[in-house]
Ligand binder design. Structure first.
Ligand code: PHE
Length: 458
């Protein structure tokens, strides 16, 4: 598949589609949930560090490998390193993406249900008992949760059927600016609430005594999740990016824009948490209970709630489509038609997804894997294990396996970008810093390093 047949058609399209993959439920739902559960600003601080030190070098790495390999994720590794085990990076990415979409589509289903409820006008209330009850009903009633999930998966299948530039590019170009504007409106409203000062200090005033190995593991996991790394996605999109695009510039823009959207989402949520008596540790429900409460206190609240959840559906679609596209392109690469590939991928994701959804309902709530319910297990295995591992292997592949001149040629657009100093720093990060940090964080998060720390007297 060459970029001419399926690639993005404009510079703006490249930016919005890549950003469309990054921006999603990660900003609106996961970032606030993890920030609340892990002590606030200290978590945010470590997350930001992880974006700069691990996320940025790796997003440049994945996009460049994709553009150099010019193909689906399997073809990329077959071309760049024929007949080697490096292709396992592709397999891990596909596996990780499958686990991810399985639980992501459940949450997306809640967003759709909320949209429908918002249209009916029965969502907004500042009473936290009511908003909490609505959330529980939506996420733990099997028929409602499954219907939302199936509906969502059907919509993205439909859009991906139209292919990259016609479907994905077109949709993401319109939705992202709109979503950002609406988030800013909610954030401004939040700043006028009585709990604004408390909310902001929770988000921005770090208390480093709250940092431990789990907090770091989750912050790093979030950086991977947010930037769609270690999941074959950026590799696949890389192949669609025209040869004259400045990849480091594109990646930096995506990282900053994504980070800013998360922070605005935080400002749109935490002041309301403190104002209306929700708990910061409410986790997955935060987005769903606070946003209706904020809108309830605004004129035109119902209208804004509808628009908000509509845009949230779109953002979730941009991210999910990029994920599906990686597996779909992989199947097209072995000669299957786009239509059949989309249907097969959606069928597999739906199968795994049903278990995630039911695990939050009474039907499967007692089934646990390593002490986690299936939903959290999928999340943990993809965000905190497979994605960092994929990132680690990608860094080693570029830093130690590939020819330095070859990869520099790709990232500098054949030397025309004159970015050698930047590239040297990037290369050192990928060769030494990124792999070492990822391994330390992974081992530490799994508890393997604590005996060592004890011996060293920490
Ligand atoms: N980055 C997306 C989000 O924050 C999730 C995602 C991960 C999408 C990996 C595609 C691939 O919601």
């Amino acid at each position: 598949m060459s970029s001419k047949e399926t690639g993005f058609t404009s510079r703006l399209g490249v930016l919005t589609a890549t950003l469309g993959s990054a921006v999603g439920l990660g900003n609106l739902w996961k970032f606030p949930a993890l920030t609340g559960e892990n002590g606030g600003a200290a978590f945010v601080f470590i997350y930001i560090l992880a974006c700069f030190i691990l996320g940025l070098p790796l997003i440049i790495a994945e996009i460049s490998l994709g553009r150099k390999g010019q193909g689906d994720v399997f073809t990329i590794f077959k071309r760049l390193s024929p007949n080697t085990a490096w292709i396992s990076i592709a397999w891990m990415g596909i596996a990780s993406g499958t686990f991810l979409l399985a639980f992501y589509s459940d949450v997306a289903g809640w967003v759709i249900t909320y949209l429908i409820k918002a249209i009916g006008g029965d969502l907004i209330s500042t009473d936290h008992l009511i908003t909490t009850e609505i959330f529980k009903h939506t996420s733990t009633t099997p028929s409602i949760a499954l219907a939302g999930q199936f509906f969502f998966l059907a919509i993205i299948a439909f859009v991906v059927l139209f292919g990259v530039s016609k479907g994905i590019e077109r949709v993401t170009k319109i939705l992202l600016p709109l979503l950002t504007i609406l988030l800013i409106i909610v954030a401004i409203k939040n700043l006028t609430l009585p709990g604004a000062a408390e909310g902001l200090s929770f988000l921005f005033k770090p208390d480093f005594s709250k940092v431990n190995s789990t907090v770091i593991l989750y912050a790093v996991g979030l950086a991977f999740f947010k930037l769609s790394l270690g999941m074959a996605t950026m590799l696949t999109y890389g192949a669609y990016i025209p040869k004259d695009q400045n990849i480091p510039m594109l990646a930096t823009r995506v990282m900053f824009a994504d980070l800013i959207i998360s922070l605005i989402a935080g400002i749109a949520i935490f002041p309301a948490v403190f104002t209306y008596g929700f708990e910061v540790t409410d986790g997955p429900s935060l987005l769903f209970v606070t946003i209706p409460a904020v809108f309830a206190s605004m004129p035109g609240g119902t209208f804004f709630t509808v628009i908000f959840f509509l845009l949230a559906v779109f953002a979730t679609m941009g991210a999910s489509m990029s994920l599906i596209e990686a597996s779909v392109a992989g199947l097209i690469g072995i000669g299957i038609t786009r239509k059949k590939a989309v249907l097969a991928v959606i069928a597999i994701m739906t199968f795994f997804g049903i278990f995630a959804t039911l695990s939050l309902t009474p039907v499967l709530s007692h089934t646990t894997i390593f002490g986690k319910n299936i939903f959290s297990f999928y999340d943990f295995i993809s965000s905190n294990m497979l994605m960092p591992l994929g990132g680690f292997l990608t860094a080693i592949f570029i830093g130690w396996k590939m020819n330095k001149e070859d990869i520099f040629f790709e990232v500098s657009n054949g030397g025309t970008l004159n970015n050698t100093v930047f590239l040297e720093i990037w290369y050192i990060l990928l060769r030494y810093v990124v792999p070492v940090l990822i391994i330390v964080v992974l081992l530490n998060g799994l508890g393997f390093l604590s005996p060592l720390f004890q011996i060293l007297g920490f």
